[in-house]
Design a protein around this ligand. Structure first.
Ligand SMILES: [Zn+2]
Length: 217
């Protein structure tokens, strides 16, 4: 298992959660994690009576439960309300450069990058910001990038009632950039193409769009 983690291989498209994952309330989880972070820092020999450090266990616990890993809770899945495609727009819609802040589940270190998401409507359209929120929801979990990419596509497919969804993520993994092999330049690209996006031309069109530069100055 250690080998699997070190090589960044995920085991499933589903986030491996236990059945009792939500037995504790968020407040109970924060309290428990605070104690655990305190233990880690204590073990490292840090003086937790120091003014700068004493609030850290609580801050970390709150950040884990409410923010960094907030997307573990399916109840927090953004409502992906869709609308009828009244203007009969029939081409693909691409939202590119969605910022991704996630966490590598093998080292609990940041993954930072950009997601590019596209779909072709079969009658329904979705609000643009909802696409950001779907990416954000699944990013806020301990992740492997392959799974994150697939989860975004599956959630969009479900919301829109079509297979024709694609996602490309290009991200830096701090576990690779800052430790281990310390390769600051490398980034990882993952892609998931559903339905029509498996066709060579449609895929090409999507990949060409995400190369467009959009300067605002
Ligand atoms: Zn890692």
């Amino acid at each position: 298992m250690d080998e699997i983690g070190e090589n960044h291989i995920g085991t499933s498209a589903e986030t491996p959660l236990r059945k009792d994952a939500f037995k504790l309330s968020d407040a109970e989880k924060i309290e428990k994690i605070e104690k655990n972070v305190y233990e880690i820092m204590q073990t490292l020999g840090l003086d937790l009576t120091d003014d700068s450090l004493k609030g850290t266990p609580k801050r970390v616990a709150k950040a884990y439960v409410n923010e960094i890993f907030g997307g573990l809770n399916p109840a927090k899945m953004p409502k992906a309300s869709t609308f009828d495609n009244n203007y009969k727009y029939g081409e693909m819609l691409v939202e590119k450069n969605i910022i991704v802040y996630s966490t590598c589940e093998h080292h609990l270190l940041p993954i930072i990058g950009r997601a590019h998401v596209a779909y072709i409507s079969n009658g329904k359209v979705i609000g643009l910001s909802k696409m950001n929120r779907i990416v954000e929801h699944f990013a806020k979990r301990p992740q492997v990038q392959e799974r994150l990419t697939m989860q975004v596509v599956q959630a969009m497919q479900k919301a829109l009632g079509t297979e024709d969804v694609a996602c490309v993520i290009d991200a830096k993994h701090l576990c690779v950039n800052s430790r281990g092999i310390k390769d600051i330049e490398s980034s990882t690209v993952t892609a998931e193409f559903g339905g029509k996006f498996k066709d060579k031309e449609t895929k090409r069109e999507f990949l060409d769009y995400i190369k467009l530069e959009t300067p605002f100055n």
